[in-house]
Each structure stands twice: as structure tokens, then as C-alpha cells.
Design a protein around this ligand. Structure first.
Ligand code: ABN
Ligand code: CU
Length: 699
């Protein structure tokens, strides 16, 4: 039973009522092996862990599904092996000590299988951890004094956004640190990002104490806060809404949706997949397969797709702005920060929601209702042709299946849309909205060159958003390779017999054979793309291996000097593509522990993509994993203030000589105009075919 909403305002988390009843795991025996841990499983796992630990007081940093090893899952899926045992994975802090342990619980056998102590690492900052910052900092005498000095005496109007600190040499990983970015709010719904203050606060999360107040003096002076209001909430701008200007748009699916759900397994338009979710990656899409209507078989596409990391580095070199390079996934968790979605607002139409089940620091289950949205959208044309001679027309409409979540990462909000379309394409689209991170300008300063003065005396610093999409491909089976495609001119000179007119060009294909070779960057000059191929599955027409093509032309270079802390901590963002051999439980390219990591190579408990690639394993005709970096460099605009219009950015994987023909030929056309003598019944029936809600406009 749900008892109360979280104290972490804004995140609609429901704690489950604590109970002494023995958790009922009877359903667990038959659950899908990739399903999130259920409420009962979380209860059981935390009880087993607490009993194992004895009298030690514990703080649960995470408690989540330990997915089965790939070979076990695949054997089970292909009916060659037993159902894998259900397992939980937890990171546990021993309260009052620096001890951190990674724990594996076997839920079928109700035992702790492994309790591994790890050192010199920074576990994720949970919402409960972040909650400490504002409470403790507001009451600290040094913070009160820092505010008083700039004329602010009402501490209830001081708001402090808790951030991870990046890395600060003063404390290394000895303490679990946070930095608080300080703002002023005139009233409860006033926009605090219009009143940034000129100092940050550093805290110890566990000891709940302020360690330092870093004031940024300019020429020895404090910067006076701007009290000018720049608001976006209805209390302030409601009078300017023009309600009748836009007529309602309703999405109607009179016969319901075209997908089916069996628990967390989804079937749609020939696709089959499993939808998982965890505190760190958020949505995880596994076991993606697709009906090949022409080949009359179900073909494997992807073993697992998830967002593996992201980083938002800010480009102002002045201290303390170098500390602002949020790794929003590894430092805070895409699952933990996820919103409870609202019908008709976040998602429109006929929506199927799934809840997210996570855990609190005391090991109690916590549920975010409607965390995952599954719905369809019309996607314009999938194909059309008009025969200009006789006016014969055919057109068919495309459709998207969208699996989405929205997170709030302090000031920024990100919507993640995993999209499948009828031509077999997978696309991850991210929409960036919410609030710019702002800072105050001293009268002697200019915002340029490191920022934009988005309102008088308010600067928003240049920054990047770089996402890492982890794709574990299974293109017609587990053994895949990578080929780089570059559009290049024929070498033969103009006027030569081979290239008389100089117009020859072709797709230069370069196999990337090892992890080091496959560390690649996008190239605009050659419209570079990469094929994930299966060398053993040959397209009968091209006589070449079948492929899925990575189309990623939104991949900004990480703007950090080689050797800098940022370039080390965010090493994953240094390339558009990494490909490494598959290893179970190797998931996070900035390391399992991102908070306060230095990114140095060879950490015993915190390997990153740089360590994996240094091994230079073969990525040829073997089980591989791709990390695809994409995103944007953001020079803030005044239009992004006071709240950002959503900005989309995406990456795509498209079938490329994977099917023998257009895979959408099965899609019934929506418009056909043919010669009346056609014998085809469908063509006769569908001379023009509109949906019930398609009407000429009444203008
Ligand atoms: N963007 C930094 C951040 C994210 C989540 C929570 C706190 C801070
Ligand atoms: Cu931005």
C-alpha cells in the first residue's frame, strides 16, 4: 500500500508502507528475467542484506535488478537453458564509516552471493542525498554571512541547487561531496535562475556539514545580486496567454492502439522487445526483434539499448565554474530523476504507462507511477509515388512507436524518446528544455566570450550536452563487426580513362577491427556513417553482409584540452563512436562510480571506456557493444530564457541492406489513385482513404 509522497518535492515518488510480513516471492519464479525488481523482491532483497550485515547500520545507495549474464538469458530465451535465478544488486554504505560494498543477492535462494568491499569510489548522489544540501547550507553561519554581505537576510528566500562536485583535490574521495549553487527567490514561484548569487557551498553529504563557502570575488568585490524578475509561471505571465489562438488538437485512436503488452514485453508492427527500467539508466530496451515479412522469420536486431552516460560541461574557465560538468546519469541516475508523467501534457493520445520501482536509502521500495510512456504517433509519409504520366498515386503513412521518459536534472529537463518506425529504424531523440544554468555578472565583466547575457547582469555560460547511447547489437545474431563508410571521390584523376569527367565517387568501406581502430570520429567531409554488419548473414541481392547503419551527425567534439580533468573524467565524450568486445556488467563508459572520479586509467574498482579500449580487443565477427556519442554545443540565446523552448537532438540506426526490399511494403497504403480497370480489390476499395478525423479545414 502506498503511504506518502516523497519529501523530495517535484519527484512523485511513493514509498511503500514498511511491513514485517515475509515478502511473497511466488510471482518472482515466473517473472520475465529482465523485469525490474518487484516491490516484493525489493523488500526481500533488503531484508536479506540487512540480516547478512547484522547490527551494522546501512544506507542503500541502490537496489536494483542484477540482470542475468547474457549467455544465461539467451539460452533461456532460445529455450536451450533453464530460467535464470532472480538476483538483486545493491551498493551499500555502512553508515558512519567509509565502507562501501557491492552486494549480490540470489532471490531464488534467499542468500547474499557476494559482498565486495570497494574503495576510493563515489557512489551516486540519490535524491535523498541531494536533499541534505539545501537544508544544511541554509542554516550554516558562513552561508548566512555570505548572503548578508550582499544584502540578503531572509534565508527562506535562498535556494540552493545541489550538484556533484566533479573532482576537488582538497578532499579527493575521502568524503561524499556536493556543491550547492546558490540563488535567491522573491516568492515561491519566482524564477530563481534570474537571481544567481556569487558563491557556492561545499558539503559533506554523510556528515551533513558545510566544508567551504567559495565566494567568487571580482577585483576583490562581491557581485550584487540582480533582483529583477524574469518569470514564466502563470502568476506572472498568465495575463499574456492567448487562449483562443490555438484550437485544440486531439489524437484519436478509435480502435485502440496497435501494440500489445504482456507485462513488460511489447509487440508492435512486427517488432518485439522488452522494456526494463533501473535507477541509473532509466529505460532499458532489450531483446529487440523484427518480423521480416519477406523472409517469413523473426530477425534479431539489438540485445540491449540504453542511455549509458551523459555530460554537460560548462566552458567558463574561471574558478569555480570548472566544477560544473554534470554527468547526469552516473552522478544522479536517470531513473532516480525521472518524472511521473501526466496524461495529455507530457504525452498525448492513447498512452500505456509503466511504473518505475526503485528503493529508498532505508531499503524500502519506492514507486514512480507512470514513469514510462508507451504510445504511437503518426509519422508522416513512409513512402509515396505519383506516376506523372497517368496520375497514378500511391502513398502510405508511417507511424512511430515511442517509449519515453522525462527527467528533471536540477535546472535542466530532458525528455528521452526511443522511437521505432515501420521501416525498421530505431532512433533516440532527446529534447532539452527547462532552465539554463545562470550566473551573476559583476559590473566590470562581460558575458562574452564564455557566455551570453540572457538578461541584464545574468550570464548563461557556454556548455555542451553530450549523450552516450549504448547499443549492444545482435544483427542477425551475436557475432557482428563494424565497417566505417566514407563518401569519397574516385582516386583516378580527372581526364583519366577511369574518371574521364571527374564525377566518380563511391562509398569507401574500412573495417574497424579492434577497439582502438574503432574509436572513431564523425567526418562531415565524407558524410561518415558506420555499419554494424553480420559477416555471416549475406543479403542475397548485394551478396554483402547485412547491416544496420549508425547515422550520427550530431556529435560535437568534447571541448576540453587533452590532459584536463574534464577530458579524463568525460573520456567517453572524446569520440563519436567506441566499439568494444562484450563483457557482462560492463555498462558505464565514465565508470561505475562517476562522482568524484578522476578518470585516471587503471582504477581497481572504476574502469572506464579508456581502460576497456586500452585492451584493444578484437571487435571483428564477435559479440560487440557500441557507445554512440551525440549531442550539441549550446551557446545560450535570449530565447532560451527564462525557460528553454525544447531543442531536439537525435541519433539513428537504420536497416542497410538488411532486408531484401522496403520492409514497409506490408503497410496498407492510405491513398491510392489507380486506373479504374484495376483488378485488385484493395485498389478498388481504397480510391481515397481518410481517417474519420481527417476533414477539410473550415476556413
Ligand atoms: N545538472 C546537475 C544536476 C542534476 C541532477 C541533480 C542535481 C544537479
Ligand atoms: Cu544547454
Amino acid at each position: 500500500m502506498i503511504i506518502d509522497t516523497s519529501s523530495i518535492a517535484g519527484y512523485a515518488i511513493f514509498r511503500e508502507e514498511p511491513t514485517d510480513a515475509v515478502p511473497d516471492l511466488s510471482k518472482s519464479r515466473s517473472t520475465h528475467p529482465l523485469n525490474q525488481l518487484s516491490i516484493e523482491e525489493i523488500r526481500a532483497a533488503s531484508k536479506i542484506i540487512r540480516e547478512y550485515a547484522g547490527s551494522k547500520p546501512l544506507k542503500f545507495n541502490c537496489l536494483t535488478l542484477r540482470e542475468p549474464k547474457k549467455h544465461e538469458y539467451v539460452a533461456f530465451r532460445d529455450r536451450r537453458g533453464p530460467r535464470p535465478d532472480r538476483r538483486a544488486f545493491a551498493i551499500i554504505l555502512e553508515k558512519g564509516t567509509p565502507n562501501i560494498a557491492e552486494v549480490i543477492v540470489n532471490l531464488n535462494q534467499s542468500v547474499v552471493e557476494d559482498w565486495k568491499v570497494v574503495q576510493d569510489v563515489g557512489p551516486i548522489l540519490t535524491l535523498e542525498d541531494l536533499d541534505v544540501c539545501e537544508r544544511v547550507a541554509r542554516a550554516d553561519p558562513r552561508v548566512i554571512e555570505a548572503c548578508r554581505e550582499i544584502g540578503i537576510t531572509d534565508m527562506s528566500k535562498v535556494y540552493i541547487d545541489a550538484w556533484a562536485i566533479g573532482f576537488d583535490h582538497r578532499w579527493g574521495t575521502e568524503r561524499r561531496l556536493q556543491q550547492g549553487l546558490v540563488y535567491y527567490r522573491n516568492s515561491e514561484s519566482d524564477n530563481q535562475y534570474a537571481h544567481p548569487l556569487d558563491f557556492t557551498v561545499i558539503l559533506d553529504t554523510e556528515k551533513e556539514e558545510v566544508l567551504a563557502v567559495d565566494i567568487r570575488r571580482v577585483n576583490g568585490e562581491r557581485t550584487a545580486p540582480s533582483f529583477e524578475e524574469h518569470n514564466y509561471m502563470p502568476d506572472y505571465v498568465g495575463d499574456s496567454y492567448e487562449e483562443n489562438r490555438l484550437k485544440p488538437i486531439d489524437i484519436v485512436q478509435p480502435e485502440g492502439v496497435s501494440f500489445r503488452m504482456r507485462g513488460s514485453e511489447l509487440h508492435w508492427a512486427g517488432f518485439k522487445m522488452h522494456i526494463g527500467f533501473n535507477y541509473r539508466e532509466g529505460i532499458v530496451i532489450s531483446d529487440v526483434r523484427l518480423d521480416d515479412h519477406h523472409g517469413q522469420r523473426v530477425r534479431k536486431l539489438f540485445n540491449r539499448i540504453s542511455l549509458a552516460e551523459m555530460v554537460v560541461p560548462y566552458g567558463n574557465p574561471d574558478h569555480p565554474h570548472q566544477r560544473k560538468h554534470a554527468h547526469d546519469e552516473g552522478e544522479y541516475g536517470m531513473g532516480l530523476m525521472t518524472n511521473s508523467l501526466k496524461l495529455g501534457c507530457d504525452c498525448k493520445g492513447a498512452i500505456h504507462y509503466l511504473d518505475a520501482i526503485m528503493c529508498t536509502s532505508s531499503g524500502e521500495p519506492a514507486v514512480v507511477q507512470n514513469a514510462i510512456c508507451i504510445h504511437e504517433e503518426d509519422n508522416g509519409l513512409v513512402y509515396k509515388h505519383t506516376d506523372y504520366r497517368d496520375g497514378t498515386v500511391i502513398s502510405a503513412r508511417d507511424r512511430k512507436l515511442i517509449i519515453s521518459q522525462i527527467i528533471t536534472a536540477a535546472n535542466y529537463d530532458y525528455a528521452f524518446y526511443h522511437i521505432f518506425t515501420l521501416d525498421g529504424t530505431y532512433k533516440l531523440e532527446v529534447k532539452l528544455t527547462g532552465m539554463l544554468n545562470t550566473y551573476c555578472l559583476h559590473p566590470s565583466e562581460t558575458a562574452a566570450p564564455y557566455g551570453t547575457e540572457v538578461a541584464p547582469a545574468i550570464t548563461a555560460h557556454n556548455h555542451q550536452h553530450i549523450f552516450s547511447l549504448r547499443v549492444d547489437p545482435e544483427i542477425d545474431g551475436p557475432n557482428n563487426s563494424i565497417v566505417q563508410n566514407d563518401a569519397v571521390l574516385t582516386d583516378a584523376p580527372l581526364g583519366s580513362a577511369e574518371n574521364l569527367y571527374g564525377n566518380g565517387f563511391y562509398c569507401k568501406k574500412t573495417p574497424l577491427r579492434t577497439a582502438k581502430e574503432a574509436a572513431a570520429n564523425y567526418c562531415y567531409e565524407t558524410s561518415r556513417s558506420w555499419d554494424i554488419i553480420n559477416p555471416s548473414s549475406i543479403n542475397p541481392s548485394t551478396k554483402k553482409p547485412v547491416a544496420y547503419k549508425i547515422l550520427n551527425n550530431n556529435c560535437p567534439t568534447l571541448l576540453a584540452k587533452p590532459g584536463s580533468m574534464l577530458a579524463k573524467r568525460a573520456a567517453f565524450a572524446r569520440k563519436s563512436l567506441w566499439v568494444v568486445p562484450y563483457e557482462d556488467y560492463q555498462l558505464f563508459p565514465a565508470g561505475d562510480y562517476v562522482c568524484q572520479s578522476t578518470g585516471e586509467l587503471g582504477h581497481p574498482y572504476n574502469k572506464t571506456i579508456a581502460d576497456w579500449v586500452a585492451q584493444d580487443g578484437s571487435v571483428e565477427n564477435t559479440d560487440i557493444v557500441c557507445y554512440i556519442q551525440f549531442g550539441l554545443t549550446h551557446f545560450p540565446r535570449t530565447e532560451d530564457f527564462p525557460i528553454m523552448p525544447a531543442e531536439p537532438v537525435s541519433v539513428m540506426l537504420r536497416a542497410s541492406n538488411f532486408f531484401v526490399k522496403n520492409p514497409a511494403l506490408w503497410v496498407p497504403p492510405t491513398h491510392i489513385a489507380v486506373d479504374k480497370s484495376s483488378e485488385n480489390a484493395f485498389a478498388q476499395k481504397q480510391q481515397v482513404c481518410c481517417g474519420k478525423s481527417d476533414v477539410p479545414s473550415k476556413l
